[in-house]
Design a protein around this ligand. Structure first.
Ligand SMILES: O=P(O)(O)OC[C@@]1(O)O[C@H](CO)[C@@H](O)[C@@H]1O
Ligand SMILES: [Mn+2]
Length: 448
């Protein structure tokens, strides 16, 4: 639904030589494929132990499939239809046709000529195809090792955060609105910066782990380019006391991004919201297969809660126990939908995943974590920086929503005139260096 006078710009693409999209497709994606191949190879003995010769054959076939894929990418071959028969195969192949229909001069859809968002998502789906086509290793998560490692590397920061949360919750006896808001802001910002990288915010660079993630927030404030936190707060506050008969608080949907430290920051935020009555329900949405290296799947979600429960650190394990209880009581729930691992822009959701859109319409606040979700919200297009966020959403308006995102791709809307230009002149890579962030909110207008 195009309601505004601003024309929808073209998609970012590797066809623009030298662009961030181009460099990603040329350098980053083949490197990721090489690492995946290496991971599968290193697990050869495990596959043999579990499945005998069949496991080794599966390993060989998957590696040969992925090497071929890497070659197709590097030589800009036409993108191929998927050949497995998963739940989403038809949707992917239809989308490829849609891309084909948009190509100029009937050129084939290919890695360096088609939209970056599409080809990058497609690569992760092809990696999964390699696994699914080889049933003995069909359950293998090629990114699991990395996700586990980042979780263990950020133990110190996780302990700080869990301790802080438990202290806040036990010390808050009848807090006033101002106190509640201050704490809310902190947990929201920790979740925001959790997206910066998978290591801890406080001590990612060295290993000293002296500063708590909470203490670093003040110094990071100036890097938040758009901060609509007060509107997020208002969205939550309108639900306070407005439903006398129901339990107080909002239904919050948290569209997760990465596992490791970021997931912990999201769980801590979800815990805070529910524990202080700002939310009556938190629904976490993850991916249904391994995606973009570090994204959360159901297995990662469950594993993280189990690990947290099993910690020797008292406050950390107390958090894990509480989280398990929230899930058991249904106050928290985990959901996945195949749409989150399709290449579509979110404005396609009403037509291409109507059930998910209807589901999200029941939310009081949707929090979208991370860079890829921002790219999908805005269609990964070459927008002017001053275009309003509402315009870039192009009719995607299921409920009040907010993007919590550190900038790692060159799309940014909703800035004040001149702001983007100033940043470009001072720091040409401000959109991709992960230093900056946005808390960008949109509320659909009320029905007449
Ligand atoms: O969504 P996330 O985890 O914040 O970031 C995903 C990401 O690392 O992958 C893409 C680059 O290949 C970019 O969208 C972004 O930099
Ligand atoms: Mn991610």
């Amino acid at each position: 639904m195009e309601t505004d006078h601003v024309k929808t710009p073209q998609s970012l693409s590797a066809k623009f030589e030298g662009s961030f999209a181009y460099l990603t497709v040329r350098d980053r994606l083949p490197t990721i494929l090489t690492k995946v191949i290496d991971t599968i190879h290193r697990n050869k003995n495990n596959f043999f132990e579990e499945h005998g010769e069949e496991g080794v054959n599966a390993e060989k076939r998957a590696i040969s499939f992925l090497s071929k894929l890497r070659n197709e990418l590097q030589t800009d071959k036409p993108v191929l239809p998927l050949s497995d028969d998963a739940e989403d195969t038809v949707a992917w192949n239809e989308y490829m046709q849609r891309q084909q229909d948009m190509m100029e001069d009937r050129q084939p859809v290919s890695w360096f000529k088609s939209p970056w968002l599409y080809v990058e998502c497609y690569m992760y789906r092809r990696i999964q195809e390699a696994v699914w086509l080889n049933p003995p290793i069909g359950d293998f998560d090629v990114f699991k090792e990395g996700k586990t490692q980042t979780f263990f590397e950020s133990q110190q920061a996780i302990m700080f955060l869990c301790t802080h949360l438990r202290e806040v919750l036990t010390s808050m006896d009848n807090p006033n609105e101002k106190q509640l808001f201050d704490h809310f802001l902190k947990f929201l910002q920790v979740s925001l910066w959790g997206n910066k990288c998978d290591l801890s915010i406080s001590a990612g660079q060295d290993n000293s782990q002296k500063i708590s993630p909470i203490e670093s927030l003040a110094s990071l404030q100036r890097f938040i380019l758009v901060d609509d936190s007060d509107q997020v707060w208002s969205a939550l506050m309108t639900l306070q006391g407005s439903r006398e008969t129901e339990k107080r608080g909002a239904r919050v949907d948290l569209i997760l991004d990465n596992a490791g430290f970021e997931l912990i920051t999201d769980l801590v935020l979800g815990d805070f919201l529910v524990s202080v009555g700002l939310a009556k329900e938190v629904r976490f949405h993850g991916k249904s297969f391994p995606w973009f290296v570090s994204d959360v799947t159901k297995k990662d979600f469950d594993w993280t809660i189990r690990q947290t429960m099993a910690s020797n650190h008292k406050q950390m394990s107390a958090c894990g126990v509480q989280w398990k209880r929230f899930l058991k009581e249904g106050v928290w729930s985990y959901h996945d939908h195949r749409f989150w691992t399709l290449p579509h822009e979110f404005c396609d959701m009403p037509t291409d995943a109507a059930d998910l859109y209807t589901d999200l319409q029941g939310s009081d606040l949707i929090l979208f974590k991370g860079d890829l979700n921002y790219r999908k919200l805005t269609g990964d297009r070459d927008w002017e920086h001053t275009v309003p966020f509402a315009r870039a959403l192009r009719g995607f308006r299921p409920a009040p929503l907010c993007s919590l995102r550190t900038l790692k791709a060159n799309v940014q809307v909703g800035l004040q005139p001149g702001h983007g230009e100033m940043l470009t002149s001072q720091e040409p890579d401000w959109m991709t260096n992960g230093k900056y962030a946005v808390v960008q909110f949109f509320c659909p207008p009320r029905e007449q």
